[in-house]
Write a protein that binds this ligand. Structure first.
Ligand SMILES: [Zn+2]
Length: 421
């Protein structure tokens, strides 16, 4: 889509809003309370200033209060075709007519120079979450032969990529690095014995250092992509490799100043607020995942007129650590299970020259633990099982963690010391 939006895009948005208002109890209630009638909205500016935003926390809370799908649901249960789950957990039912972002991905795949006959090796998870299956369908649509690699089992993945002659890698950059190490352990040369030509990098930051490293290991051309769990794929690099053109077709995307809510023009930095267009089982209107992007000032020299995005980070306290979104409330839920423990801070670092982020939990003891080392181990284990990332756990004194790190606001609970090297 264009940004700022065109008249046609606003007209399409209004059609969707009328459809949603007629079917979803949640939106009818919140828009009535705000005095909003979709057919009466005269301009994008009116939409922006009058239609309430939907925060991720609100979606989660509404599904908890009205399990399993919440009151946003706009379809009957027997109209639902499939069900995806994203971290939270958030349940995302889908109508058979919803493409789930595959047209956007197919466009991103074409922009990478992938062609019919390429063999695509998809290494995102196929379990529960939508990522792997969605990419799989998109590569099929683009005419590729697709390998459902999934996550883990590195040696088997190397063997399969080698035996099938995979030419396209799709997944996180850190797992690609892992496959390179594994190939060498197996006595293979990643550049000669594997045939990856193109890499679809997603779900994790592709730092310049990591890109150079992978390029040297595989002789591969990597393309950075970004998306969001609920709204799906958004943008991806073309062969110019300067920012990610916004490919989203069935999304009405706004880029707004996180402080003022005013539109941000090309050249500026703004938070994305997205509305899904067309009929959806669980429509998201003015959904604000709190992702902040910089908009490049000029359109791409390749001729694509779409705005180009550079991911900046998360607004607020939620942080992406090792590709996983971590909210301090999730960590708090674990820490609170141990009566010896109080406030905490999560320190996230990216040590220079290393491949992965490091996360360290500094947690205050409020009473002396009988076995400090055992306690730290138990906390680390439970974090790995529930928050899904590994953290070093360090027990500290109560005065060593600022009060502002505590619940419910957790303002200083996440300390991000990563630099964009
Ligand atoms: Zn381009």
């Amino acid at each position: 889509m264009r940004w700022p939006p065109s008249v046609e895009e606003f007209a399409r948005l209004k059609e969707t809003l009328a459809w949603v208002y007629a079917r979803s109890p949640y939106y009818r209630r919140t828009w009535d309370a705000a005095g909003v009638r979709p057919e009466a909205l005269a301009s994008y500016d009116e939409f922006r200033t009058r239609v309430p935003r939907l925060e991720k926390t609100e979606l989660v809370a509404n599904q908890r209060a009205h399990p399993p799908f919440g009151e946003l649901l706009a379809a009957r249960r027997d109209e639902l075709a499939s069900l995806h789950t994203s971290p939270g957990p958030i349940y995302i039912p889908r109508l058979a007519s919803e493409k789930g972002g595959t047209p956007v991905l197919a466009e991103a795949i074409r922009a990478m120079g992938v062609r019919r006959g390429d063999v695509a090796h998809v290494t995102l998870s196929y379990h529960v979450m939508p990522g792997g299956l969605r990419l799989h369908r998109a590569f099929e649509e683009a005419g590729c032969l697709v390998i459902n690699g999934g996550t883990g089992a590195s040696r088997l993945q190397v063997q399969v990529a080698h035996d099938y002659g995979a030419t396209v890698y799709a997944g996180t950059p850190s797992f690609l690095a892992n496959l390179g190490d594994t190939a060498r352990e197996m006595g293979l040369d990643p550049k000669k014995d594997l045939r990856y030509r193109v890499g679809f990098s997603t779900a994790e930051a592709l730092t310049p250092a990591l890109r150079r490293d992978l390029q040297a290991t595989f002789g591969i051309e990597l393309f950075d992509h970004c998306g969001e769990a609920q709204i799906g794929p958004l943008a991806g690099e073309c062969r110019v490799h300067e920012g990610m053109p916004l490919h989203a077709r069935d999304l009405f995307c706004e880029f707004l100043d996180p402080e003022t809510g005013e539109p941000v023009l090309p050249g500026g930095t703004g938070e994305i607020v997205a509305t899904q267009l067309g009929p959806r089982a669980l429509p998201l209107v003015r959904y604000a995942p709190r992702d902040v992007f910089r908009l490049l000032a000029e359109p791409c020299p390749c001729g694509d007129p779409s705005p180009r995005l550079v991911f900046v980070g998360q607004a607020g306290v939620i942080r992406k650590v090792k590709g996983v979104l971590v909210h301090p409330a999730q960590v708090h839920a674990v820490v609170a299970q141990f009566p010896e423990l109080g406030r905490f801070q999560v320190i996230v670092e990216h040590p220079p020259g290393e491949r992965y982020d490091h996360a360290r939990l500094r947690v205050a003891t409020v009473r002396p633990p009988a076995d400090p080392a055992g306690l730290a181990r138990a906390v680390a284990e439970r974090l790995r099982a529930t928050v899904l990332i590994g953290m070093d756990v360090e027990l500290v004194g109560e005065g060593d963690v600022p009060e502002a790190a505590g619940p419910p606001r957790f303002a200083e609970a996440m300390v991000d010391r990563r630099t964009t090297a």
